[in-house]
Design a protein around this ligand. Structure first.
Ligand code: HEC
Ligand code: HEC
Ligand code: HEC
Ligand code: HEC
Ligand code: HEC
Length: 240
């Protein structure tokens, strides 16, 4: 019983808190930090009812911002999208240097060697979320403008190539619908995989500078699914 209570004591402060905390935070912060609250409301976190205390914790102890700067806050809710980051150089460096990072200062002033999740996604306290305004801005704190522009230009091409493969698959699925209706469920499953996993991996591979996601779980995975869709249409069908 005592052990259970101790466990509860340990777990309580770090459990992501959802529920009625935001109205409490909002009652003051609507006035104290109106721009910040407005951008939270407008962003996907506000829309999805991810509360202030989910990132900041429930206790106003002067360390609420510090707590939210750590990757550990984002990981429980974003396990899937985090893999690409964790395998990237940025992710590896932040993991290796976690003990040495000083998160007591605003992220931009903390002299971090590599970016944490919030460094890019809540850059400059931008609570609406991501690089929606400009995904390149945070990168320029550390890299030359040339590296950043080149990286995203080739990233955009990469995403376009992925989208082309998806469109090709969609048009073949329409042909399968006419010629082999019995294969449609399988074809639609493959199409869904392409759209929701493989293409998303390419986007994450670009955003998180993760060659694994870009080149392994992205393009080749799309190629594989496209081939399987083609074979459902029929090996004997003319290959155009
Ligand atoms: C009674 C009013 C009040 C309430 C309620 C309140 N805050 Fe604050 N909070 C303040 C004031 C005042 C400051 C200092 C603001 C400043 O000077 O910029 C502050 C500062 C902060 C900071 C920056 C300093 C730090 O601790 O790192 C964060 C983050 C924060 N509040 C989050 C929250 C969250 C999350 C909640 C709800 C769980 C909340 N606040 C509830 C009044 C309040
Ligand atoms: C309590 C769970 C939770 C926590 C904690 C959380 N998120 Fe989210 N996040 C969500 C949900 C839910 C969405 C909305 C998903 C959707 O719209 O499909 C979201 C959306 C996002 C998006 C996509 C939308 C956008 O703003 O571009 C990003 C990026 C993101 N979160 C990053 C983060 C980062 C960085 C952290 C840590 C500082 C974090 N999240 C903490 C649940 C969470
Ligand atoms: C997805 C996680 C997340 C959510 C949700 C979130 N914040 Fe934050 N907040 C952060 C991070 C990360 C920082 C630190 C950014 C930095 O250091 O650059 C921060 C910083 C702040 C600060 C300090 C600003 C300053 O000038 O130093 C305040 C105040 C604050 N948040 C209030 C809130 C309030 C109020 C809400 C709800 C309306 C909220 N936050 C929702 C992650 C979040
Ligand atoms: C806080 C500093 C910081 C920020 C912000 C940052 N990076 Fe980096 N980046 C680094 C460091 C440090 C390395 C590793 C350099 C090395 O190899 O020694 C790195 C490596 C890279 C690499 C090489 C990856 C590889 O596998 O070789 C690319 C590409 C890159 N960053 C792009 C970006 C992009 C794009 C952004 C913005 C979305 C960004 N970086 C934001 C510090 C940063
Ligand atoms: C170097 C900057 C950087 C870092 C660090 C970073 N991200 Fe991202 N993230 C991006 C970019 C850029 C995108 C792609 C946005 C786009 O293309 O719309 C992205 C995409 C995402 C998405 C998908 C957004 C969507 O629209 O579906 C989520 C969720 C996300 N990141 C969460 C995280 C989490 C959690 C971490 C830490 C484990 C993290 N990111 C670290 C820059 C970063």
């Amino acid at each position: 019983m005592i052990r259970f209570l101790l466990l509860l004591l340990i777990l309580l402060p770090i459990r992501p808190v959802t529920g009625d905390e935001s109205p409490e935070c909002l009652s003051c912060h609507q006035e104290k930090t109106p721009i910040l609250v407005a951008s939270w409301k407008q962003g996907r976190h506000g829309q999805a009812k991810v509360h202030c205390s989910d990132c900041h914790g429930p206790v106003h102890n002067g360390k609420m911002a510090q707590r939210s700067r750590s990757n550990g806050v984002c990981l429980p809710c974003h396990e899937k999208e985090s893999k690409s980051y964790r395998l990237s150089k940025h992710g590896v460096i932040t993991t290796l240097e976690a003990d040495r990072m000083d998160l007591s200062l605003p992220l931009k002033e903390g002299n971090l060697r590599a970016p944490t999740c919030a460094y890019c996604h809540l850059h400059d306290n931008h609570h609406a979320g991501t690089p929606s305004t400009d995904r390149q801005t945070p990168c320029r704190d550390c890299h030359s403008p040339r590296l950043v522009t080149t990286w995203f230009a080739s990233g955009t091409e990469n995403v376009k190539t992925g989208e082309m493969k998806l469109r090709e698959a969609q048009s073949i699925v329409e042909k399968i619908r006419a010629s082999h209706p019995e294969s449609i469920p399988q074809a639609l499953d493959l199409l869904k995989e392409m759209e929701e996993n493989h293409l998303k991996n390419i986007m994450l591979g670009v955003g998180h500078q993760s060659p694994d996601d870009l080149w392994w779980h992205g393009q080749p995975a799309l190629d594989g699914a496209l081939l399987r869709i083609k074979s459902l249409w029929g090996p004997s069908s003319p290959n155009q």
